[in-house]
Design a protein around this ligand. Structure first.
Ligand code: KG4
Ligand code: ZN
Length: 336
């Protein structure tokens, strides 16, 4: 089965074709960095307009590259995300499926992230613990199978990616903040600042990241912001954010007797997070899976893959469509 996947939940237009026999045939991403960069964050209306502009040519390119115009199904993100941006991909995808006479499947963006490691050769097997960390979510999920998701922990305020973005902004770094902080941190002095590890001394698996941003602001206010100070604050912020994610993940692995940890979402591209988890996996004896960096951040491949899984499982969306800007992952139906 060959599935076209369309992702437009935020500021990246992602398109891909996944073939259940041959794997990923083609994938492309149109980034809107230049559109939103000057605003230091995503402007929803501009995001939607950019999706409209690039979607048609991008789909054409990807179909050509996949070796043919025939697909057996179309999948598109219907939530969670920015309503106006979601509407573009959902309307386009649903219309294509109708025009081609093939089934359509609206996909949950975070299920896309959760399944993205399955695009790699070395893939996890159920059950596992998933740490999903993006610009909008910080989730620890017990995953027993497709749609069998139990939410163990979530953020009480900012998502971890959002905290990276906001801290980067106050340090005068470019958007998106995650990669900018990671880069600045490389030259940071590890001994200059120490940030707290929020909520780690409380039981449970919930996160809270807005305090880290405030902590950074308080430090920065009393200082001259030269390159070294930016690097030092970036290092200390990243250290605390990563440490917090790791402490809670290890706790959840232990409490729920999981031997496998799966990472997904944009913050999963963070090299330092991967490095530390990699050595902990060895010392603690759990297996660790994540997609290549470009499939951690938003992309069409994960939507095409999740689309194949859902279509294979019998999902058939009606002709009308709607988007779900807020949509708990735990609302998804299990499939056999
Ligand atoms: O999954 P994603 O591409 O979009 C959402 O679903 O939100 O995640 C974007 C988030 C942004 O907050 C971005 O700053 C963060 O992921 N991010 C990173 C890195 N690359 C992207 N955070 C830390 N380190 C990175 N290398
Ligand atoms: Zn995402």
């Amino acid at each position: 089965m060959r599935v076209l996947g369309i992702e437009t939940s935020c500021d990246d237009t992602g398109v891909a074709v996944y073939d259940s026999d041959r794997g990923l045939l083609a994938h492309k991403l149109a980034s809107q960095l230049q559109t939103h960069g000057p605003y230091g964050g995503v402007v929803p209306e501009l995001a939607a307009r950019d999706h409209i502009r690039v979607l048609n040519p991008l789909v054409s390119l990807v179909l050509d590259e996949s070796g043919g115009r025939h697909v057996d199904g179309v999948a598109y993100t219907v939530g969670p995300g920015l309503a106006s941006a979601l509407l573009v991909g959902a309307a386009f995808g649903r219309a294509l499926a109708f025009g081609w006479g093939v089934p359509a499947a609206g996909i949950h963006h975070m299920e896309g992230h959760l399944l993205a490691p399955m695009l790699e050769e070395d893939r996890p097997e159920f059950p596992f613990l998933a740490l999903l960390v993006s610009g909008g979510h910080s989730l620890l999920v017990d995953v027993q199978g497709i749609g069998l998701y139990q939410l163990l922990g979530t953020t009480r305020d900012d998502a971890v990616g959002e905290a990276f973005d906001k801290t980067a902004k106050l340090l005068g770094l470019s958007y998106p903040g995650g990669p900018a902080i990671a880069q600045a941190a490389q030259k940071g002095n590890p001994d200059r600042f120490h940030f707290p590890r929020p909520m780690t001394n409380r039981p449970g698996f919930d996160f809270s990241f807005s305090g880290l941003k405030t902590y950074a602001r308080n430090i920065v206010e009393g200082l001259e912001l030269n390159d070294q100070t930016v690097a030092d604050v970036a290092w200390a912020f990243q250290d605390a954010a990563i440490d917090t994610l790791i402490i809670k993940s290890l706790r959840a692995l232990d409490a729920h007797r999981h031997q496998c940890l799966v990472i997904g979402g944009g913050v999963g591209a963070n090299i330092e997070l991967r490095r530390r988890l990699g050595s902990l996996a060895k010392s603690h004896g759990f297996s660790l899976y994540y997609p290549r960096s470009q499939f951690c951040t938003d992309n069409g491949a994960m939507i095409a893959y999740a689309g194949w899984i859902r279509l294979k499982g019998g999902q058939r969306d009606r002709l009308g469509f709607s988007v779900r800007p807020r949509w708990p992952l735990t609302d998804l139906a299990p499939i056999a």
